[in-house]
Design a protein around this ligand. Structure first.
Ligand SMILES: *Cc1c(COP(=O)(O)O)cnc(C)c1O
Length: 380
């Protein structure tokens, strides 16, 4: 079915990885496994050498996000999906409100709907390609939405719902594909959580959360409440946020982590901080994204999927193609030429390209990608 098109090698990007997660891992990160970490792989995570890697990640992220006093960097195994269930078990007291506008924001809401010890959550649903924040609601103790909805390429504002903090409610932000790529004021959040395989260009399998003092206090309060007579709540040990907090304070994880993931993540956090931190990273992503949006706006066969310019993501760029061009075919030909993971989100079901423009991606490679797409479309 695919008409093979060979893209001239001078047009090709230096690195053809444009996935929205897993995403490009810089060669230097892989080298770090062979150099510094050669003697760390296959050793105990409860001994000093690995604990130093975790300590460096925690300290590096505190600097990167310029976390306010009292906030802590907590981590554990399982990825952001695990943190949804941790939040249900360990952070939502009774009732949460969700903004849902795509696959990822909806999945967390579904977890809360299924937890038998929580009340039915309030869902504020938006159309794919837009965002919708939850609204201030009586008896809601936790407000949740995604900074960057990876399935649609929509970036939502991160600011507390007015009045929510005064009522003691927490704000939990899924930052999986935003953290490290989009600017954020951490003081507007109580948990800003993510996985390392997107902007932190590492392997998956870990979750990281920047937790506020209020979130930590909430987790301890809920953990204590399960001992009270008549409380029917289960906190599976793996989903216990208090035990993750206590292990993180010792630069460990509750159970055995992938050491390689930690090593590559540590290298990336240092690289980001050495280059100028979040201000540098977010400017670089904005530049890459604007190359794509500007091209699509001017192209006669492509257009940005997200109509509201202020909601267009600078981390994950979604581009609709004209019906006369089969996006799956373009994606397949790009792959044959070594340019991978440019497909749209499957369940969104649009004739679309989706490009991860995380900090590891060179803006010059984004320019090359654009030339390659034009070439493929002209030669199909
Ligand atoms: C990728 C992603 C997740 C899931 O991350 P896992 O590490 O696979 O659990 C959750 N939320 C968002 C916004 C994502 O982009």
């Amino acid at each position: 079915m695919t008409n093979t098109v060979t893209i001239p090698s001078k047009l090709l990007p230096e690195d053809g990885r444009f996935g929205s997660g897993p995403s490009k891992i810089r060669p230097e990160q892989i080298q770090a496994l062979d150099d510094g970490a050669r003697n760390l792989l296959g050793t105990s995570h409860r001994q000093t050498p690995i604990k130093q890697v975790v300590a460096s990640i925690r300290e590096g992220l505190s600097n990167f996000f310029q976390v306010p006093d009292g906030y802590e960097i907590v981590l554990g195994n399982g990825g952001a999906s695990t943190f949804w269930d941790i939040a249900c078990a360990s952070l939502i007291t009774r009732k949460a409100a969700f903004g849902t506008y795509g696959s990822f924001s909806t999945k967390f809401a579904k977890s809360a709907q299924s937890a038998p010890f929580l009340e039915e959550p309030e869902i504020f649903a938006g159309e794919p390609g837009t965002y919708r924040l939850p609204e201030l609601t009586e008896y809601v103790d936790t407000y949740c939405w995604a900074h960057n909805e990876t399935s649609t390429g929509v970036a939502a504002p991160v600011r507390r719902i007015a009045g929510s903090k005064e009522r003691g409610a927490l704000t939990l932000i899924d930052a999986t594909s935003a953290a490290g790529a989009l600017p954020v004021d951490i003081s507007q959040t109580d948990a800003y959580y993510f996985s390392p395989q997107k902007a932190f260009g590492s392997d998956g399998g870990l979750w990281v959360a920047v937790l506020s003092p209020a979130a930590i206090e909430r987790a301890y309060g809920i953990a204590k409440s399960v001992d009270l007579p008549g409380v029917r709540r289960w906190i599976p040990p793996f989903l216990s946020l208090t035990s993750a907090i206590e292990n993180s304070r010792k630069d460990q994880t509750l159970n055995t982590p992938a050491v390689a993931t930690l090593v590559m993540m540590e290298n990336q956090v240092r690289w980001l901080n050495d280059n100028g931190g979040l201000a540098w990273a977010s400017a670089r992503c904005a530049k890459s994204a604007s190359l794509l949006y500007t091209w699509a706006e001017q192209s006669d066969y492509a257009s940005p999927f997200v109509a509201d310019k202020t909601a267009r993501s600078n981390a994950v760029v979604t581009i609709d193609l004209d019906e006369s061009i089969n996006a799956s075919q373009v994606v397949a030909v790009l792959r044959e030429n070594g340019i991978v993971d440019t497909n749209g989100y499957r369940k969104l079901g649009r004739n679309q390209l989706r490009v991860g423009v995380f900090p590891s991606v060179e803006p010059a490679d984004v320019t090359a990608l654009i030339h390659c797409i034009d070439y493929v479309v002209a030669h199909l």
